[in-house]
Write a protein that binds this ligand. Sequence first.
Ligand code: C2E
Ligand code: MG
Ligand code: MG
Length: 705
Amino acid sequence: MTVEAMHDLGAGLPEECARCAVGESVLRRTPDIVVRYDLALCRTYANRAFEYHSGLRPLQYLGRRPSEASNLSAAQARELEALLADVGRDGIPRSRDVRWTGVNGQPRWFCLLVSLDRHPHGAPSGLLMIASDITARRRAEQELREREQAFRALVEQSPDMIGRHDHGGRLIYANPALQRLLDATAGRGGRATDDFVAEPQAYRERVQAVFSTAQEHDAQMRHVREDGRPGWLEVRLCPECDEHGEVVSVFVVARDITDAVEQRERAHALVRTDALTRLHNRQALYEHGPALLSEAQRHARRVGLIVLDLDRFKDVNDSLGHPAGDRLLCQVAERLAECTRAYDLLVRLGGDEFAIVTTNLDSPWCMVAIAEKIERALATPMPLGGTSVVVQASMGLAVFPEDGTELEDLLAHADSAMYHAKRGGARRFEFYSAEHSAGARDRLAMEQALRQAQHGEGLVLMYQPVVCLGSGAIIGAEALLRWQHPQLGLLAPDRFIGLAEDTGLIVPIGRWVIEQVMAMARAANAGRARPLSFSFNVSTRQLLRDELPQAVSAALARTGCDPRWLVMEVTESLLLENGPHVQAALAALRRMGLRIAIDDFGTGYSALNYLSRFDVQGLKIDREFVRDIEGNPRQAALVKAFLAIADALQMTVVAEGVENAAQADILRAHGCGMAQGYLFHRPLAPAAFDAAVAASDAAQHATRA
Ligand code: C2E
Ligand code: MG
Ligand code: MG
């Protein structure tokens, strides 16, 4: 039998294959090269694929070693034989990628697998080599490598910042551009991970959202640039998915767009800026105004609108020329800016017309203060072309929401008020509403009068005796302020204290009161065995505006009053609203020896914990509780509770507004020690108070005797 015939019958096949027809057919058809060698490295079998790749026929290759017959180069054949020999020697299978030249001269890549073939009883029978053509795979791998290199070069050299987050949100890659920003961030003390944006928490949430939704996400975020300036980043987050669609990482591509944003803002601002004065223009007012109004609406606050028009500006233009007129407008703009707060909106409406929107108005009267400030500011002559000019302006004032809830309405109303002011001539400003105008006029007159009175002229202190409920004896007094108004007569404090607070006049007035009370106490207690206590009132804004401890200590020195004779009455709201400053002031006054009492106790706040924080010695039960004490058992129960609180905290109690004997009886029965009210005495002028004290002293004397 020829070798060829043997081959065709399957002789020389690995024995197990030879016994198996399926195995034989597989060997024939497989694209892999299969060759069997004997232990002397001579071929004993090769399949079709071998013949195809080598171009050899069985007669040429069977019984030959690779170096004797093959299409391989001498070096390749030697290498193969060395590999076969190694496996034959130690029986360990080996694999290797080799580059062989095929019949057609084209090099191809093969993955060789060489193993030892054994007889059924275990002794080596030969060597088996399987060579798989991996040229296509190698080529694909090579292309991939090249593509990756190209991409990497792109990413590394990109001016955009590129990074990659793992599932925990950690940054696992940063290209040089991003790395520079991260380094700068770390240099400023930030974490060099995701603190490269100004709001890292928001950024982390966005990254997590991309992980969970697998959706791309674009955002603009603030950041601090490498040079430390604040800037803007345009950030794109892209999911990278595996073959199951699971997001395995998130890419971030960020670009600094600060210049573009700034340019846009500059352009935006330019459209809304008056070219001459650099103030906002009408367009800006229409844009920002409605937002200010709805903000005020939300917080139930007032907004004021002042429309201002220069008087006889045309004359300036006509006599000094338009350039001079322009310069004047700029000076006016500067002066107006000085009269407004940073968050007010100052607008040049056009020509010689300006508008001011003031937010957070406490009352319409605050606008009067602004209008007056503007009047004063414009009154100073402005230098212009060698001479100096005094400009006057007319102002119209409208208040949101009373005079309109829409910007247009407010503008129209302020405008009409402005024309009213121009025609009126006498006053430089008018409110739109007659009520406000009248109110403003009254208030202005009142303020002027109060200014005259601030150092005492026209102010009067009345003293309402405080009596001991047990004995009926006068043991002290509360000083109550009155103002002798030139036209309106004697005014009670509720008519003018608010105005005094708004205008700051409360400071000199309050100091006058304190000094008067001290002088009174000094005189009344001269030679008394049991000194009388004198209490005086201070309001919250008075205490906040004034350096009260210094003022009190100076007055004590001047009057020679003993501080232990004095009680300062404060309201609950003072203690509650203004923690540290108030606490320090009260502590200083306590150290001087004054006592402190809470006035109108029970009407202000329900939170009582302030009682433990502040060092107070007395309570004054408001007359609201005393009034109903007879008819209303619940009111009586409350008074009883107040007395229990005072007792527990070792505070004295004065009941206010006691008007009849029944009230006094109930208070006495509940253990209230002191009272004040019309039943005993009305507030008295100093001489009348002295007389009442003398009478009380005499009566006590008589009872004891
Ligand atoms: P207040 O400190 O609660 O003073 C008690 C008020 O009750 C006084 O009113 C007094 O005249 C009034 N009154 C006293 N007994 C009776 C009574 O039996 N029946 C009725 N119906 N009323 C009585 P006044 O003098 O009008 O003072 C009002 C408020 O003005 C005071 O309330 C006090 O908070 C404030 N005030 C008075 N003087 C000053 C002051 O010098 N400085 C400051 N900041 N506030 C003052
Ligand atoms: Mg009082
Ligand atoms: Mg009171």
